[in-house]
Design a binder for this molecule. Structure first.
Ligand code: ADP
Length: 589
């Protein structure tokens, strides 16, 4: 069977739809990944800012409290009686003694040195080898005005960064009589913060880093030659300094107490890496889920397409089956008609074969009836009514015989189309023998017919069954034409489910038993009255239509044909079986 090939119908549209869905899906994935990155980075940077602010607060507090501690020492020193005394002209205390006191204070605080100045800046006491005068730095100027001063600077001689605390000394109540100056190395102040994880630095008003927990940052400009980058709503610093993170979040805080601004740079690379990993993971997850959904969608589409194709094929098949069925039905009806015609033709052919004998059989009694009637007339004229009655009785007997022959012929010629009914098989055989009687006689064939001793009722059609039996007898007769011993034996064997009728002859036997039921198979000469090759195939079809079988085989003496039919079940009512003639054995010559 050939079905229409699978056309690539509408392939463009699904392809376009797939591309649209794919690009929309990728767009969604990109949007989701960017959003996740943004939120994650933002939250991470917020946390980082809080941590950085806390670190900066800690470092600032440490620096401020350290500086305040130094100032406290300076305050204490400024109040020392020896120091106070030296600032007054009439003290009489040796500067050496005051220098020692100052040294003790400096040692106690862990400072570089402590000096006592006059308000004009002249050094009154201090460590050995001190200068005579100190420059009037802002802290000293402030102390001269009676307030505490703090100043930071890089000492030109040593390059050392120092904090300088200047406290006024009040020997009298009115104005400062002297100034205590405490000089602290900046490294000592920043030492405790060294190694802290977050880089922290403090810049002064000049924009220079003065204190830092990373040595590389010290004395660098506050801007650090860094680039500012905006990411996730935060401004980040990108630097390439050794001690600083490549990308960091800067937190600043003003420290007015010490006149500086504190800075911390929290490393943002980790936060950004986490955000990146989360965004990539989400994107990969979404792509995975999307791929599964896409695959399922594709699978569903292919399935739907296959189902559609299958439905189309099925519809096509159904249409063909319907067409074919209609064709077959028409052919079948034609066959049934042809078969009926053939059956009828077969019967007419049989009738044709019998016609000569039958007309002879009818002609003879007709002539005899004429003669008997004349005789009866003459006997009546002569006054012999008994003899006339005798002739009239003969006429009656002959008319009855003629009537029987004609009845059989009419029954045989009738076209029968009813379904199978109960039929007495022995009566059918006898009717067939009646029809064939003349031909059998003409050919000198003896019939051995043994009527069964119990009713043999089968399912079939009376006329059609008699046609089958006539055909079997007729074939046996034809087969034995050239045989010296011509005998036909007919038997019925009734059984509970099937009943068998056998017709045996003493002919030459069947030449090709496997072909005898083929239509148009005949060994009889063409051109003679016989030889259409349809008799057995029609008989076969008739027997089969009753649910029975017909088979032919050879016996040691000739051929045997067996008709096997379904035994009819006893009727429910008390109707007598169709076969009511008492059993007897009959032989016709
Ligand atoms: P037909 O009688 O027209 O040949 P049939 O279908 O009745 O057609 O018979 C087919 C053939 O079967 C016969 O030609 C014959 O060769 C064979 N055949 C039938 N009956 C007998 C039989 N009793 N003995 C031998 N051959 C037979």
């Amino acid at each position: 069977m050939r079905l229409s090939p699978n056309k690539p119908e509408g392939t463009q549209e699904p392809m376009l739809a797939r591309l649209t869905v794919l690009s929309m899906g990728l767009g969604c994935v990109l949007w989701a990944a960017v959003s996740v990155w943004h939120f994650s980075a933002r939250a991470g940077l917020d946390r980082l800012a809080q941590r950085g602010a806390a670190d900066l607060q800690l470092a600032s507090d440490r620096l401020v409290s350290a500086l305040l501690d130094y100032r406290e020492t300076a305050v204490l020193a400024a109040d020392h009686p020896y120091i106070k005394a030296l600032t007054t002209d009439d003290s009489g205390i040796a500067p050496q003694v005051v220098s020692e006191v100052l040294q003790r204070f400096a040692d106690l605080a862990g400072a570089e040195q402590m000096l006592l100045l006059s308000p004009s800046g002249r050094v009154l006491a201090g460590p050995p080898g001190h200068a005579d005068r100190l420059p009037l730095t802002p802290d000293i100027l402030r102390a001269r005005q009676g307030a505490a001063g703090l100043y930071h600077t890089v000492q030109l001689a040593t390059g050392q960064r120092v904090f300088s605390f200047a406290l006024p000394v009040f020997a009298q109540q009115t104005a400062p009589t002297g100034i205590v100056v405490l000089i602290v190395d900046a490294e000592k102040v920043e030492a405790p913060g060294r190694g802290a994880p977050v880089p922290v630095w403090f810049t002064d008003d000049n924009g220079v880093i003065f204190v830092a927990n990373r040595s590389d940052l010290v004395l660098r400009p506050a801007r650090l030659s860094a680039t500012q980058v905006s990411l996730a709503g935060q401004k980040l610093l990108q630097t390439d300094l050794r001690d600083l993170p490549a990308l960091g979040l800067e937190i600043s805080r003003d420290l007015p107490v010490i006149g500086m601004t504190g800075h911390a740079l929290a490393d943002a690379t980790g936060v950004l890496r986490t955000a990146r990993v989360q965004a990539i993971s989400l994107a990969l997850g979404l792509i995975g889920v999307g791929s599964v959904i896409l695959a399922l969608w594709e699978w569903r589409r292919i399935l739907a397409r296959d189902l559609q194709r299958e439905a189309r094929i099925n519809a096509e098949l159904e249409r063909r089956v319907t067409d074919r069925t209609a064709e077959l039905r028409a052919t079948n009806e034609q066959l049934v008609r042809t078969q009926a015609e053939l059956v009828q033709a077969g019967k007419l052919s049989a009738l044709g074969q019998m016609s000569a004998g039958i007309s002879h059989e009818l002609n003879q009694p007709l002539m005899a009836i004429g003669t008997y009637a004349d005789n009866a007339g003459q006997f009546l004229e002569r006054g012999y009514p008994d003899r006339a009655a005798e002739n009239l009785l003969r006429i009656t007997a002959m008319a009855q015989r003629m009537g029987r022959i004609i009845r059989n012929l009419r029954a045989f010629a009738r076209q029968e189309a009813e379904p199978a009914t109960r039929v007495g098989l022995a009566a059918v055989v006898e009717a067939a023998l009646d029809l064939m009687e003349i031909r059998l006689k003409e050919n000198g064939i003896s019939v051995d017919w043994c009527r069964p001793d119990r009713p043999a009722v089968v399912m079939g059609g009376e006329v059609r069954l008699s046609q089958v039996v006539v055909n079997l007898i007729s074939n046996a007769l034809d087969a034995m034409v050239n045989c010296p011993n011509r005998r036909i034996r007919i038997r019925i064997v009734p059984g509970p489910t099937t009943t068998c009728l056998t017709v045996e002859d003493t002919g030459p036997g069947i030449t090709q038993p496997e072909r005898v039921f083929d239509p148009f198979y005949s060994t009889k000469e063409v051109g003679t009255a016989e030889g259409m090759g349809l008799g057995l195939s029609i008989s076969y079809g008739l027997v089969q239509s009753f649910g029975g079988t017909l088979r032919g085989e050879n016996t040691p003496t000739g051929a045997r044909f067996t008709v096997e039919l379904q035994t009819a079940r006893a009727p429910h009512s008390g109707t007598p079986p169709p076969q009511s003639i008492p059993p007897h054995s009959e032989s016709t010559q």
